[in-house]
Design a protein around this ligand. Sequence first.
Ligand SMILES: *[C@@H]1O[C@H](CO)[C@@H](O)[C@H](O)[C@H]1NC(C)=O
Ligand SMILES: [Cu+2]
Length: 229
Amino acid sequence: MQLTTALLLLSASLASAHYTFPGLIFNGAVSADWQYVKMTTNKYSHGPVTDVNSNDLRCYKDPAAPIASTANVAAGSQVGFRVDTSISHPGPLLFYLAKVPSGRTAANWDGDGAVWFKIWENQPTITSSSISWPSGQTQVFVTIPSCIPAGEYLLRVEHIALHSAGSSGGAQIYLACGQINVTGGGSKAGTPLVSFPGAYRATDPGLLINIYWPIPTSYTNPGPRVFTC
Ligand SMILES: *[C@@H]1O[C@H](CO)[C@@H](O)[C@H](O)[C@H]1NC(C)=O
Ligand SMILES: [Cu+2]
């Protein structure tokens, strides 16, 4: 009896430590869950992707998800995601964009192919006693590059939890894709382009790392360099 209660409490605390990114934030307002974000398979479990070779690494889209809407956002503006409920594990936050190919829409395209460019990533604070990242955020934001061509894009938010990353496949990847229609903009296409899956290997030093001992003296985010205008 007591053991059952303990196990239930343990599984509840593990589940509540997971998170999703259901609400797109633009023009200063938080939109309804999954209105502008492709509904993810983990919408109830909040569990992570751990296989970097899985198609889930693209958008983690629930195959049975209803079609989401596409948000008009100005190039150079700030766009974000509401986190359900908060980022509660240690690790980096990254954002990628993919331009929707002609003939497709953000709503009916899943982001396949070498189409993704990284637009932002954060770096840890490293001291002699710990490596740490910002944590506890309930909303996360990125600035849409001002120079990219107008048009529809998928905006992929990704948080990589590294608390169990000391063994291969232990990194927990939380992600979602918002559907945006960039207005304004310029004429500089995003580069370099990578695919998901494909951009990451389980052995990447940013994914296979013991963050507790020995305390790392450096950290390299997985994926390509960040695109700049
Ligand atoms: C995207 O924005 C352009 C420019 O404002 C507009 O003409 C177009 O209809 C928009 N597309 C969608 C899907 O909202
Ligand atoms: Cu968790």
